[in-house]
Design a protein around this ligand. Structure first.
Ligand SMILES: C[S@@+](CC[C@H](N)C(=O)[O-])C[C@H]1O[C@@H](n2cnc3c(N)ncnc32)[C@H](O)[C@@H]1O
Length: 270
């Protein structure tokens, strides 16, 4: 009988913890998310808390949290989070609810701003931010530099080539802005929910499309969770039905070219 030649050394307690906690891929396999993007919106907060719990993380930075961060001061206290809200825009951070700590820097910049803390975060999250970032590969490389070893990055983003975002991407800015303002009056520049310019750089729902870039940024443990469908056609009965049928079929076929949203999740090596 031949013997395996792998060295059998006793596991140190840290090794054991790393083995027990598993990969990001296995975390999501256990979670069993639904294909519809309603799941992504409804479970965003719970997914972050579950990841932090499972991987023993505490220091959380929300990228592009601006005027509308995910957690309140009370939430952070209740969940034992050391929370900081980032944004590129000082005007947005001036609207961050009082009591939350803020850090102004460009996630795709040169990280020379005084608020930057390299290796200072256990988890970095963002919701509807990456489509506004002009150099997303740089943003992921910066996230790698800002995370502590074993830290997790999660970007919840709209993706191409979902027809609704493809249209927004292709139409002249003035036209897509006018459509958005007609559909959602609150999203005027002077309203509560302004529209920021969108580039959709590297906003994709396919692992095959994103993995080479994420590896260049330094990540080996990678997961892309795809979602289909949106609420954009809610008020247009004909289009709503067509869009729903299209997304159901696309999800069934696992057609990653036309995902509507994705969670892109990475973990830095320990
Ligand atoms: C559409 S808002 C999303 C706000 C919030 N995350 C939410 O879900 O409602 C996009 C935010 O990202 C910020 N942002 C855009 N580019 C950024 C960058 N390169 N670095 C940091 N924040 C950025 C904007 O200033 C804005 O506050």
């Amino acid at each position: 009988m031949s013997m395996a030649l792998t060295e059998r050394r006793p596991l140190r307690s840290q090794d054991a913890a790393a083995v027990d906690r598993g990969s990001i891929e296995s975390f999501f396999a256990g979670l069993q998310p639904d294909w519809h993007s309603n799941w992504a919106w409804d479970h965003y907060e719970a997914t972050i808390l579950a990841l932090m719990h499972q991987f023993g993380l505490r220091r959380l930075c929300e990228i592009g949290g601006g005027r509308d961060p995910l957690f309140t001061v009370e939430d952070a206290r209740r969940h034992g989070l050391d929370l900081i809200v980032n944004d590129i825009d000082a005007g947005e951070l001036a609207l961050t609810p009082k009591g939350l700590r803020t850090a102004r820097f460009d996630i795709a910049g040169d990280l020379s701003e005084p608020d930057v803390a390299r290796g200072g975060y256990d988890m970095m999250i963002s919701r509807m931010v990456f489509e506004h970032v002009h150099d997303v590969e740089r943003a992921w490389a910066n996230i790698h530099a800002l995370l502590a070893p074993g830290g997790i990055g999660l970007a919840f983003m709209p993706t191409l080539w979902a027809p609704v975002f493809a249209l927004n991407h292709i139409l002249p800015k003035a036209a897509s802005r006018a459509i958005m303002h007609a559909l959602f009056p609150a999203r005027r520049q002077d309203g509560d929910d302004p529209v920021f310019p969108a580039f959709y750089d590297q906003c994709r729902g396919s692992r095959a499309a994103l993995e080479p870039m994420l590896q260049r940024a330094g990540f080996r443990d990678v997961h892309v969770q795809p979602f289909w469908g949106s609420g954009y056609f809610e008020r247009m009965p004909g289009l709503r039905g067509l869009d729903a049928a299209f997304n159901k079929l696309a999800a069934k076929a696992d057609w990653r070219l036309v995902t509507t949203y994705a969670y892109v999740v990475v973990r830095k090596e320990r």
